[in-house]
Design a protein around this ligand. Structure first.
Ligand SMILES: *[C@@H]1O[C@H](CO)[C@@H](O)[C@H](O)[C@H]1NC(C)=O
Ligand SMILES: *[C@@H]1O[C@H](CO)[C@@H](O)[C@H](O)[C@H]1NC(C)=O
Ligand SMILES: *[C@@H]1O[C@H](CO)[C@@H](O)[C@H](O)[C@H]1NC(C)=O
Length: 389
């Protein structure tokens, strides 16, 4: 009897609970992409006639053990069947508990709890952008990182993020059933082993191995390769070389001809002018410069006094010089030098001046030196002995 009563009591408890409270939201899941977190649930509108609202909160998981729990409310009395946790600043490596309940007719349903760790649970997005560029017979794939909700790179959160690149020849394998694979964490990847002038298609996937995360693939993008880089380079270099080979000798030839026409004109100068030009370059003494006037000047300047001294002063070295004669000679020389302006005396000796210079130049000079020395001595004597003169 008592057992039967107890059974009835146990049976009736759930019923009273259901009648007293609202049913909980169903199929609570998180829809995530990179750092965008959306909690969504189902609600059967037929369970209650009146409008139902929902409240969603979260708390760090380690705080669950505390007696006084401090839940952060994200959505309050919303009629939507989802709540956006993106702006709640959940740390990517944090562990959280999310919860949601329904409210209608002054009644609240139980909370539905959901553990959430973004690093472990959030879905990794594909690259935000993929660009293809032919580089000769190769293809450069430029990959932009998946973006966070604040337009940052997901590599800030997922350090070991890398890209799984599939590529295939469009002509050989239009469906991409047997693609080649390249894995790289770089944002610029050059696809190897391609053929020139061939269309290739590329798809890229983000990957994160620690939690076995793989993103969806980007839509296939196709691009045609160009010619062999090496061929292009060889062609360009040989073209430049050809131009240089043809142009440089021509330029040299032109320059040489201009130079030759300037320095050695084709019209020959008369023989005597050429001779003069050649002589002028070798010897400094030129017959052409000895005009009658210059000859005169030459005689007047240097030769005349020497000739006069020569004739008078050859004997003195052999005999003791009488003081009177010395005076005479010095005076004579002075007179000679003074009288250099007299053309009548020297015009006859002018012809012999050059001969005397060449043939008897040495004695003249010696005599002149002796003479000038003696004259100097004499002058000293005269100055000292006869101050009154
Ligand atoms: C509860 O958490 C909020 C931030 O989420 C904080 O501002 C507040 O001070 C906390 N309250 C208590 C009692 O810890
Ligand atoms: C969630 O909120 C973020 C900004 O906080 C916004 O960018 C994103 O579009 C929202 N998602 C939905 C599904 O409303
Ligand atoms: C990782 O995920 C793939 C599917 O995306 C699955 O086939 C594979 O077994 C998983 N590996 C591990 C170690 O969980």
């Amino acid at each position: 009897m008592t057992v039967g009563f107890a059974l009835v009591l146990l049976w009736s408890l759930p019923i009273t609970n259901v009648l007293a409270e609202l049913p909980v939201p169903q199929n609570v899941i998180l829809r995530t992409l990179n750092t965008q977190y959306l909690l969504i649930w189902d609600w059967d509108q037929t369970t209650t006639g009146n409008t139902v609202t929902f409240t969603a909160e979260y708390m760090a998981k380690y705080k669950m053990q505390r007696k006084k729990k401090n839940w952060s409310r994200v959505c309050e009395r919303t009629t939507d069947t989802h709540c956006n946790f993106t702006g709640s600043d959940l740390h990517y490596f944090g562990m959280y508990v999310l919860r949601v309940r329904a409210s209608a007719d002054g009644l609240n349903s139980d909370w539905v709890l959901k553990d959430f760790c973004p690093d472990k649970d959030a879905v990794l997005g594909p690259p935000s952008r993929v660009e293809l560029a032919p580089v000769g017979n190769l293809l450069d794939v430029t990959i932009s990182d998946p973006l966070t909700s604040t337009q940052g790179s997901m590599k800030e959160h997922v350090l070991s993020l890398y890209y799984h690149i599939l590529y295939w020849s469009h002509s050989d394998d239009p469906q991409g059933l047997k693609p080649k694979v390249v894995d790289s964490s770089n944002n610029l990847v050059t696809l190897p082993e391609l053929e020139a002038w061939t269309w290739y298609c590329v798809m890229v996937q983000s990957r994160y191995d620690y939690y076995n995360k793989t993103s969806s693939y980007t839509a296939p993008q196709c691009m045609q390769t160009e010619g062999d880089t090496l061929c292009w380079q060889i062609f360009l270099v040989s073209l430049v070389a050809c131009i240089l080979l043809v142009l440089l000798p021509y330029a040299f030839f032109r320059f040489y001809r201009v130079l030759k026409n300037t320095l050695y004109p084709s019209i020959q100068l008369p023989a005597h002018i050429q001779e003069f030009l050649c002589d002028s370059s070798t010897s400094s003494e030129m017959p052409i410069l000895l005009t009658p006037e210059s000859e005169l000047c030459y005689n007047n300047l240097s030769v005349c006094p020497e000739v006069v001294l020569l004739e008078i002063h050859i004997p003195p070295p052999f005999t003791a010089p009488p003081s009177g004669l010395e005076q005479d000679s010095s005076r004579h020389s002075r007179q000679g030098s003074e009288g250099s302006g007299d053309s009548g005396v020297y015009s006859t000796e002018g012809g012999s001046a050059q001969q005397g210079r060449s043939g008897r130049g040495v004695p003249i000079r010696r005599d002149k030196e002796v003479d000038s020395w003696q004259t100097l001595e004499q002058d000293k004597l005269e100055m000292g002995g006869e101050p009154g003169d």
